[in-house]
Design a protein around this ligand. Structure first.
Ligand SMILES: [Zn+2]
Ligand SMILES: [Zn+2]
Length: 169
């Protein structure tokens, strides 16, 4: 005896035989169960728009199971149910719109924060580029000597002007 095949849509085990599985998958009960499954996953707004113009299905009105399932051309929802779903869909849409507005607000404030950060950073960069910091040191010996060539003599960083570099060739 081989392992059984489990159909998620029909919640049933069948023999794991390619022909039997294919026959099952093409069968009306399976197709109906599958359609019903996707029907349940559907957006409420979609269900409402699909059913609002349809006449109620007599079979379902008589509390019987309609063999057409989600494929039925009549509505499987009573007008009261559709009304309730419609209100629910409206609430859902309102909720989504609110959430979207919240996201946009957050994005805008994030944009503002980034903008401020970049502004601050560029101000800082301007500041640091104007400041001359001495990152080298002289030894006592060096400072005392008077016979050093100009390149080894003590220099005053504040006297360095970037424009003079161009003349160095
Ligand atoms: Zn199935
Ligand atoms: Zn029906």
């Amino acid at each position: 005896m081989g392992k059984k095949y489990y159909c998620d849509y029909c919640k049933t085990h069948i023999q794991r035989d390619p022909n039997i599985v294919r026959k099952h998958n093409e069968g009306i009960p399976h197709l109906r169960n599958r359609a019903d499954h996707y029907e349940r996953c559907k957006d409420i707004t979609e269900i409402v728009t699909e059913n609002i113009g349809k006449k109620p299905c007599r079979t379902v009105l008589n509390s019987e199971q309609c063999i057409f399932g989600a494929h039925c051309r009549f509505s499987h929802y009573t007008p009261e149910q559709l009304n309730r779903l419609q209100r629910k869909a409206q609430r859902q849409q309102l909720h989504r719109a609110k959430r979207l507005a919240g996201i946009i607000e957050k994005l805008e404030s994030a944009d503002e924060i980034t903008h401020k950060f970049l502004e601050k950073r560029s101000q800082k960069q301007v500041k640091t580029s104007n400041e001359c910091t001495q990152f080298w040191t002289y030894t006592e010996e060096q400072l005392e000597r008077t016979d050093l060539p100009p390149s080894l003599q003590e220099i005053d960083p504040t006297q360095i002007d970037s424009s003079s570099f161009t003349e160095w060739g």
